[in-house]
Design a protein around this ligand. Structure first.
Ligand code: NAI
Length: 215
């Protein structure tokens, strides 16, 4: 992509929130929303919202606001949610099973085709209808099933070796839950999810109840 078309990562990180609220408005049958109303929902300022959405062309109209369905559709396209993705999970323990059990990811277009583990007691079991396979089969499975996203829910000691297998198999997107800083090739994107960080932020807010500026 050309440089002038690039959008800042902080803008990108706000888009899923816009997308979620627009989806809720759409469900309620609301067709039109102003940046002010979006501001009340999301907590971002109206001017911030207008600026963010301007990055992607003029979705809004002076005095009208935004067409909810149109904006929802456009943001979905921008986020790559207008298609489906095959995913696999390595580490079929507590967290891996919980992710596989949550149907919401599949509803959003992210299908978990299989879990993988190295524990023989788990291999062959099913979570919903999703089988747990031997991690030795991971590479072949990825290549044969057009898997695009690899999820890591192993202990942190094993996370890098799984990332390496993912990359060797051609995976370009890794969703990592292990508390490890993984090294990945330049053409691979990795999103780290650390629930602890969110929890520690909560504890800060609890401790400093009024002593911070919202947003
Ligand atoms: P768990 O012990 O229940 O599950 C880990 C699974 O990984 C086990 O079934 C184990 O057999 C498997 N495993 C280990 N090495 C493997 C390998 N080389 N190949 C295939 N499978 C392998 O652990 P739990 O509670 O599910 O946590 C998993 C990971 O997620 C840990 O790294 C933990 O720190 C992390 N975690 C992260 C959270 C977050 O917010 N990001 C929240 C909770 C856990």
């Amino acid at each position: 992509k050309e440089k002038e078309n690039r959008v800042s990562i902080t803008v990108i990180r706000r888009l899923p929130k816009y997308y979620r609220y627009l989806g809720e408005l759409l469900k309620k049958g609301i067709n039109r929303v102003s940046s002010q109303e979006l501001s009340e929902l999301t907590g971002f300022t109206a001017s911030q919202i207008r600026q963010d959405l301007n990055n992607f062309g003029g979705f809004g109209q002076q005095g009208y606001g935004y067409n909810v369905e149109g904006l929802y559709y456009q943001l979905g396209k921008i986020l790559g949610l207008d298609r489906t993705y095959n995913t696999v999970i390595v580490g079929a323990g507590n967290l891996g099973q919980a992710i596989a059990n949550y149907k919401g990811f599949e509803d959003a277009g992210f299908k978990v085709l299989s879990l993988f583990d190295k524990n023989p007691k788990l291999i062959g079991l099913k979570i919903r209808d999703i089988e747990i396979r031997d991690v030795d089969e991971l590479e072949d499975f990825i290549k044969e099933n057009n898997v695009e996203i690899g999820i890591i829910t192993t202990p942190k000691e094993n996370a890098q070796e799984i990332a390496d297998i993912y990359m060797k198999s051609g995976i370009k997107g890794i969703w990592n839950f292990a508390p490890a800083d993984l090294k990945v090739d330049d053409d691979v994107v990795i999103e780290n999810v650390h629930l602890n960080e969110s929890l520690f932020t909560l504890s800060y807010f609890l401790k400093n109840k009024s002593d911070y500026v919202k947003n």
